[in-house]
Write a protein that binds this ligand. Structure first.
Ligand code: NAD
Length: 489
């Protein structure tokens, strides 16, 4: 029988007496584990453990702190297969996709290993005669990290390596829908020999999140999830005086110009829309064809959608796994039905997918909806499934107008051979991550993962230099040594 997953608090694995929820394999519905739905008591224990570890940890030299991250990188690489299989089992994505996300997690560890250089301040000697001024960066204290279901390894690692490298201590709350991956990652964190309490894990859902937001000893919160929850986290956390970065949902448009390379574009757009079963915050979900692009791409895209092999992520030939829960499948099919009722035409229909070998899986096939009107609710709604809505524009200018009408601003992409069109798009488009002939414009770990409008609440984003700034506070020291000064000069 599947057991209850423990928390990891103060260097000890503890199974709390909290109510539990079941975690199922989305392809088979097999019961994988029970996840405790912790509340204020467990969060308080974790925050206290983190707070008591903070003093020694912040005094540990940065050069020593990063040694644990070097060890973690080696351990993550050694356990790649096991972690990737765990991601696929609980999250549904293909094994190749799980390996891809784990690689992104490792890259963030690599960048955070550079903290002794990245965290340096600056100074100016003699801002006035005999007076020097220094800017130094110091850690904040206890930091909360709250993750969504769709990247159980990568997203916590947009934050965790930077937070601890800069000298903070951490409480991580993974998604209650995919909690097993973090168990594996935490066991490796423990194996590095990191001092007890520097990193803690509390399982749970909304109650654990609210307890972190309300806890007076939590100084900052990093959140990724849907827009309504991101807004809630940002307002409740900042009202309590915390520093908060909250990344939200998305509706990502892709514009294809008539001169775009047909084969490359089709393959890239199909992968963006249907990869990870459309459950990526950078999934293309609206396709805007400009001019004759519509005729050139429609059949090829239809073919790419219709031939994508849907199946169990652990099997070699699977190109697309299931969506996360039965409720997600019903919700996504509902969005398709409503779009059809308001006039969209289904070119490729993924509804009602039943696989003979996995009759209970949450499968839904790639879906292409043509003739979506700009004012259709689908255009402004995050479906978070393998559904691509097609719109048409007579010019690049009209297409950019359609992109910028959207409430979200996570990503926008353009496919073209024209440098001038690309430059205009890059300049005018209202999105934090922009792809030019790229379908999933995910910034590397050494760049911030941007996001605008309803896709982000806060100032500093995840990863890279933004993470460094988010997890540190600056102190400016103005310094004079009068007697020394007069003796020497
Ligand atoms: P979600 O908002 O349901 O959950 C995210 C986290 O918030 C989880 O840890 C969950 O336990 C917690 N939570 C859920 N409801 C809550 C509530 N009412 N109060 C407090 N906490 C609550 O998101 P999800 O379904 O797990 O993930 C998918 C969403 O995440 C999509 O909208 C996707 O676009 C978004 N996402 C965004 C990015 C980005 O970088 N912008 C990246 C990945 C995913």
């Amino acid at each position: 029988m599947a057991g209850t997953l423990p928390n990891f608090i103060g260097g000890r694995w503890e199974t709390p007496a909290a109510e539990t929820a079941e975690v199922h394999d989305p392809a088979t519905q097999a019961l994988l584990a029970r996840v405790p739905l912790c509340g204020p008591a467990e969060v308080d224990a974790a925050v206290r453990a983190a707070a008591s570890a903070f003093g020694d940890w912040r005094r540990t030299p940065a050069t020593e702190r990063v040694q644990f991250l070097f060890r973690l990188k080696v351990l993550l690489e050694a356990h790649r297969d096991d972690i990737a299989r765990t991601i696929t089992r609980e999250c549904g994505k293909t094994l190749a996709e799980s390996h891809g996300e784990l690689q992104r997690a490792i890259e963030n560890v690599e960048v955070a290993c550079g903290i002794p250089t990245l965290m340096q301040g600056r100074n100016l000697e003699d801002i006035a005669r005999g007076i020097d001024e220094h800017l130094i960066r110091q850690p904040l204290g206890v930091v909360g990290i709250i993750a969504p279901f769709n990247f159980p390894a990568m997203i916590p690692f947009w934050f965790l390596p930077y937070a601890i490298a800069t000298g903070n201590s951490v409480v991580v709350k993974p998604s209650e829908r995919v909690p097993a991956t973090m168990q594996k990652l935490m066991a490796l964190v423990q194996e590095t020999g990191l001092p007890d309490g520097v990193v803690n894990l509390v399982n749970g859902g909304a109650a654990a999140v609210d307890a972190l937001l309300d806890h007076p000893d939590v100084r900052a919160v990093s959140f990724v999830g849907s827009t309504p929850v991101a807004r809630h986290v940002y307002s409740r956390g900042t009202a309590a005086g915390k520093r908060v970065q909250a990344q939200g949902g998305a509706k990502n448009p892709v514009v294809i110009m008539p001169d775009a390379d047909p084969e490359l574009t089709t393959a890239i757009v199909a992968d963006s829309a249907f990869g990870c079963a459309g459950q990526r915050c950078l999934a293309a979900s609206l396709l805007i064809t400009v001019g004759s692009a519509r005729e050139r791409f429609l059949d090829a895209l239809g073919e790419a959608a219709a031939t994508r092999r849907v199946g169990y992520g652990l099997e070699d030939d699977t190109q697309m796994g299931p969506v996360i829960t039965p409720a997600s499948r019903v919700r996504i099919e509902g969005h398709i039905e409503r779009a059809v009722a308001s006039g969209a035409r289904v070119l490729v229909d993924g509804r009602g997918q039943r696989l003979a070998d996995y009759p209970h899986g949450n499968f839904i096939g790639p879906t292409l909806l043509d003739g979506v009107r700009p004012d259709d609710p689908l255009v402004g709604t995050e479906v978070f499934g393998p559904v691509l809505g097609l719109l048409h524009a007579d010019s690049l200018e009209t297409a950019i107008g359609l992109v910028n009408r959207g409430a979200y601003g996570n990503m926008a992409c353009l496919f073209t051979e024209s440098g001038a069109a690309a430059r205009r798009f890059r300049h005018e488009v209202e999105a934090g991550n922009v792809g030019i002939n790229i379908g999933v414009a995910a910034p590397m770990a050494f760049f911030p993962f941007s996001g605008w409008k309803e896709s982000f609440f806060g100032d500093l984003h995840a990863q890279g230099s933004h993470a460094l700034e988010f997890y540190t506070q600056t102190k400016v020291v103005v310094e004079r040594w009068p007697r020394e000064w007069s003796r020497t000069f």
